[in-house]
Design a protein around this ligand. Structure first.
Ligand code: AMP
Ligand code: MG
Length: 385
């Protein structure tokens, strides 16, 4: 599959060269089962990385698109392959703690404690970088985000590839992040030489990003590791970047990636919220009926417990309902969200209505992604319907 690279917009720092773009490349997928990781496969992936190529790999959060983080030309290829704006920095993935000190200026005690508590795991920490990390990797920032992923394939791959892997999520920019190797193939076939297939990811949304380059500790992007967990380990108060879950699209986020339209399905998605759940479901069913009458295909995203409220619409050929997990279990929603958004793309729905979730714990990370996927479209249903 060839892509229209003319559409990519590259500004200031990363100027694309002709040879950054390889069209019609053969993309190989290697299955890597936990506990049965073959040495020759790791070697193959490692040598591609050392040659400056891109390799997609599984992590516990989402699939990553990896390149040698210390090779500026390799990092540039990531931006080209994803169509990623050049000011959106890449996270550097490491496989052991000692690697951190080689690429950052200093590591505060509270960050050490967090690493001890949560690495390997879904936590990225930002520090001032050393010169060894090229500007192309950090989108021109003097800081670098670093993470040690908790996935056996990812850790072996990083080790075999020299220890420093720059990797954003392995989707085309603006699409939902990949939680299966087949999602990566959809977006990267013909563009990268290799995808390591480790099956379905465990968490399903990207890492929590914590910043140590400002005053105190702040969360730039919510994830599976919550504010409360970070406060407990560090014993310090943790700020949340005001742009994180604001419903205003205007706040300027400190993580550059948070300002872009993200995770979006092709259809127009709207979140329906309200204190009275029965009223919310009834309103969603009503909106859906109206869309169907107008000849649109309509998607509904709700937890399994709400399915009964949509029985009336069952059997209508334009109606597509997707299971988002379980009520009160936001981790189950995190795990299914991106897959469901991609499935709606395949089923060509025109409009989607989703229920909202509590903005605490993992729910905060879920809502952060959902609000962006919805382009900040939220409808509130009054208490009495
Ligand atoms: P992705 O891996 O696709 O989730 O993208 C990486 C995210 O990390 C983007 O939102 C970036 O803006 C953010 N990020 C990476 N490095 C930094 C950094 N040094 N400072 C702030 N945000 C960062
Ligand atoms: Mg991403």
């Amino acid at each position: 599959m060839l892509r229209n690279f003319e559409l990519l917009y590259f500004r200031n720092l990363v100027k694309l060269r002709k040879d950054d773009i390889i069209k019609g490349m053969k993309t190989e997928i290697i299955r890597m089962d936990e506990g049965a990781i073959r040495k020759e496969d790791i070697q193959k992936a490692g040598s591609l990385i050392k040659q400056g190529e891109l390799v997609a790999f599984p992590t516990e959060t989402v699939y990553g698109l990896g390149a040698d983080a210390l090779n500026k030309d390799a990092s540039r290829k990531i931006y080209a392959a994803k169509g990623r704006p050049s000011d959106n920095p890449l996270i550097v993935h490491i496989s052991e703690f000692s690697a951190l000190e080689k690429i950052v200026v200093s590591v505060p005690e509270s960050a050490r404690r967090l690493a001890e508590a949560f690495w390997p795991g879904p936590l990225t920490m930002c520090f001032y970088k050393k010169d060894i990390v090229p500007d192309e990797t950090t989108g021109g920032l003097p800081t670098v985000g670093v993470r040690m992923p908790n996935h056996p394939v990812a850790l072996e791959f990083i080790r075999g590839a020299g220890g420093y892997i720059a990797a954003p999520s392995a989707n085309t920019s603006g699409r939902p992040s990949p939680t299966l190797a087949s999602h990566v193939f959809e977006d990267m076939n013909g563009i990268i030489p290799l995808i390591l297939d480790g099956g379905a990811v465990g968490i399903g949304i990207e890492s929590t990003i914590v910043d140590f380059t400002g005053e105190g500790i702040s969360i730039l992007r919510p994830g599976f590791i919550t504010k409360e967990m970070i406060e407990e380990v560090t014993g310090m108060p943790v700020q949340i970047d005001p742009a994180v879950n604001g419903t205003s699209p205007d706040a300027k986020p400190k993580a550059p990636g948070m300002k872009y339209r993200h995770y979006a399905p092709k259809a127009e998605l709207t979140i329906i919220e309200g204190a009275n759940q029965k009223a919310v479901m009834a309103y969603m069913a009503q909106l859906c009926k109206k869309a169907l009458e107008e000849g649109k295909r309509c998607g509904i995203m709700v937890t399994q417990e709400q399915f009964k409220d949509f029985q009336e619409l069952d059997g209508n050929p334009g109606f597509v309902m997707k299971n988002l997990g379980h009520e009160g279990d936001e981790a189950s929603v995190a795990k299914t969200l991106y897959r469901v958004l991609r499935e709606f793309d395949e089923e060509h729905v025109d409009v989607i209505y989703s229920e909202g979730f509590v903005q605490s714990g993992v729910g905060q990370a879920v809502m952060n992604r959902l609000i962006r996927a919805a382009g900040h479209r939220i409808l509130f249903v009054p208490e009495n319907g």
